[in-house]
Ligand binder design. Structure first.
Ligand SMILES: [Zn+2]
Length: 358
């Protein structure tokens, strides 16, 4: 088997749940605006967490070097000796090849074309490393450590609503990566096939309406043609400004916000009917609006799904907050490299066993 085929077999053949005291691992989270690094134990506890601006304009080599240095500092801050760090998990925006460890031109990382991130990190830090799409990894993090932690569930869908919209799937208790490792691109569900232009090249994707960027763009367009609004006083209103103005009763902002939640709800009904999960978890910057977002999406999303899917599901907000990125990266390190960690090993759990602690 090639190394990639071996990685693929490893990542799909078993479900492993880390022992609480497994690890610790070093977790690296590469985003278009922020880099984060942390040291995380098998129970999901974060021993250190550091974050700096990405400085993405400096190009991949400089950013990766900065990320590696941040990782070293995170280990120092955690007061953990390097010898105890058995593996490195990396969460990064896709598309990427999780089996080969190569970043494939993500829209939020300009110039990262076929960057062999995993081999660069492995060489620099002298530890086995894995990379995963950040939203895919987020699904596993929520399943093990977040909203899924205390529930008897096997199927969880995670949606991150931020600058873009991403998704991840835990199906039948395991992370679903798909044939090329890019399953769960829920931001590109078509919600209107003649609709707004999406960054991916298609029209009418969910991301073209519900991402923070798109909410702000739709507000700007409405201001250009529409009636009076408190947003007109702002130079460049953001999604957060739209949410706040809507809450304060601004009619134009309310229209944009209600349209956003209605489109999200309709997409969530699709997700419920396709995957029939117990849980949809919503995370990302736009969900900081809290109940203002969750309540209408949950109510209308569940109402539109077919009966059996509706009755077995709930829609909730992420419970991992700002540390989701590093916890996600760590979760993937435990999932794929748990059997190589020194000390208490991750425990292999047969397929089909529920997430509930036994
Ligand atoms: Zn798209």
């Amino acid at each position: 088997m090639t190394a990639a085929a071996d990685e693929r077999a490893r990542s799909t053949s078993q479900l492993t749940r880390p022992q609480p005291d497994a690890g610790p691992v070093l977790a690296l989270d590469i985003g278009g605006t922020k880099l984060a690094a942390g040291v995380v134990r098998g129970n999901g506890s974060v021993l250190s967490w550091l974050s700096i601006p990405s400085g993405i304009a400096d190009g991949p080599a400089a950013v990766i070097a900065r990320q590696i240095e941040l990782g070293r500092r995170a280990v120092e801050v955690a007061s953990v000796s390097w010898e105890r760090i058995g593996a490195v998990g990396i969460a990064c925006g896709g598309p990427l090849d999780p089996f080969e460890g190569v970043i494939q031109s993500p829209p939020n990382l300009p110039g990262w074309d076929d960057i062999p991130l995993v081999s660069i990190v492995q060489e620099a830090l002298d530890r086995p490393a894995v990379v995963e799409n950040d939203a895919t990894a987020g699904a596993l993090a929520e399943f093990w450590y977040g909203a899924g932690r205390s529930r008897e569930i096997r199927d969880l869908v995670y949606l991150t609503i931020s600058t873009g919209v991403g998704g991840g799937l835990v199906l039948d208790g395991r992370l679903h990566r798909g044939a090329a490792g890019n399953a769960g691109e829920l931001g590109h569900l078509t919600v209107d096939y003649l609709g707004r232009q999406c960054g991916c090249g298609r029209r009418g994707c969910l991301e073209a309406y519900a991402s923070g960027t798109s909410i702000a763009a739709r507000a700007r367009e409405a201001l250009a043609t529409g009636g009076p609004s408190s947003l007109a006083a702002l130079e460049s209103p953001t999604a957060r400004d739209v949410a706040e103005a809507a809450l304060a009763g601004d009619r134009l902002a309310m229209r944009i916000w209600d349209e956003t939640t209605a489109i999200l709800a309709s997409a969530m009904a699709n997700v419920l009917d396709i995957f029939n999960p117990e849980l949809i978890v919503l995370g990302g910057g736009v969900t900081r609006a809290g109940d203002q977002l969750l309540r209408p999406v949950r109510e209308a999303g569940l109402a539109q799904a077919m009966g059996p899917a509706r009755r077995s599901a709930d829609i909730v907000l992420s419970e991992l907050g700002d540390q989701l990125g590093v916890v996600s990266a760590a979760a993937v390190a435990f999932e794929r490299l748990g059997d190589r960690l020194a000390g208490p090993l991750a425990q292999a759990v047969p397929a089909g066993v529920s997430n509930a602690r036994r």
